[in-house]
Design a protein around this ligand. Structure first.
Ligand code: GTP
Ligand code: MG
Length: 294
């Protein structure tokens, strides 16, 4: 029976592997992942039940210098997510250099007064002796409760991390039903999977300037799910790139997203996608709210 809960925020620079770690902890894909920075735009809770404790891991957007109002929103999400939790994981790469943005993030976490654990990710990419200088560099900025090296990709150290955070659990009510692994509604997952494939297939500003709106989400009596989605992009030239020659790119993106979503839903999915232009939506407060970034 669950009698304790433990809310842990995962924060860090873009691309350090926060969402990969969230998925590794949950044991299921709840957050989209790509090799491009600024993949995650909103906070996503991943839920893990272990013995008497429910762990809620809060995946956050990468902390970066704001250029658009969307960036401002993402920065606020991070600042709010590091408050009122039981502990914060500062996820970093195994590089002995603390950048200005990272330093600002550390200050923000320190101001929240929550315990902080330094988690060094991607240890599969370096020799073990490279870790000490990394610990040294970060320890100059913060007094960490613990330091844990992991590889979210291989799973190395992830179990150790889970055991380590157990000590921050507190008596309290169960916040999510036992069979729930994330706080994301199904239609949100569908939209995110499409955005993930846009990030995988397209380069430069094109995928960063997209937002996905699910305009229809219905389930038939036989379980088949119909999804209609509109991909918004910032420029007419981007629309052409997303659609591709004779629609080939859009077809590729839709097919990959549909296959992933079918796996998630465990049923057949029909997915239709359209592309529309909404100039500069990333700087338009009304549009941001429309797309759920509020
Ligand atoms: N080699 C290696 N690569 C990793 C590891 N963890 C994550 N990655 C890769 O790092 C890239 C970024 O991963 P994400 O999980 O999307 O990173 P993120 O911190 O959530 O990024 P944002 O949402 O943009 O802030 C992807 O290409 C991952 O496959 C790891 O332990 N080892
Ligand atoms: Mg992410």
């Amino acid at each position: 029976m669950i009698t304790k809960s433990c809310m842990i925020t995962i924060a860090g620079r873009p691309n350090v592997g926060k969402s990969t770690l969230t998925n590794a902890l949950v044991g299921e894909k709840v957050a989209i992942v790509s090799n491009k920075p600024q993949t995650t735009r909103n906070r996503i809770c991943g839920v893990v039940n272990r013995e008497d404790t429910q762990y809620i891991f809060v995946d956050t957007p990468g902390f970066h210098k704001a250029r658009t109002r969307l960036d401002d929103f993402m920065e606020n999400v991070v600042r709010e997510s590091v408050c009122d939790v039981d502990a914060v994981l500062l996820l970093v790469e195994p590089i002995a250099n603390v950048g200005a943005q990272e330093e600002a993030l550390i200050q923000s976490i320190k101001a929240s007064g929550e315990p902080v654990i330094l988690v060094i990710n991607k240890i599969d990419t370096v020799e073990p002796e490279k870790l000490l200088p990394v610990i040294d560099a970060y320890s100059r900025f913060c007094n960490f409760d613990a330091v844990i090296p992991i590889s979210a990709k291989t799973g190395d150290g992830v179990e150790t991390l889970l055991n380590e955070v157990a000590r921050y659990a507190q008596e309290g009510p169960q916040l999510f039903p036992e069979d729930m692994t994330s706080d994301q509604p199904e239609r949100q997952i569908a939209a995110e999977l499409i955005r993930e494939k846009l990030l995988w297939c397209l380069d430069k500003e094109v995928p960063h300037g997209t937002a996905v709106e699910i305009t229809r989400f219905t389930e038939r009596d036989n379980g088949i799910v119909d999804v209609e989605a509109t991909i918004y992009c910032e420029k007419a030239s981007h629309k052409g790139i997303i659609i591709g020659k004779q629609g080939a790119m859009l077809k590729k993106i839709s097919t990959m997203a549909r296959q992933d979503f079918e796996k998630f839903m465990g049923t057949k999915v029909y997915m239709e996608t359209w592309v529309k232009v909404k100039e500069n939506w990333r700087d338009n407060l009304f549009q941001l709210r429309n797309f759920g970034y509020q």
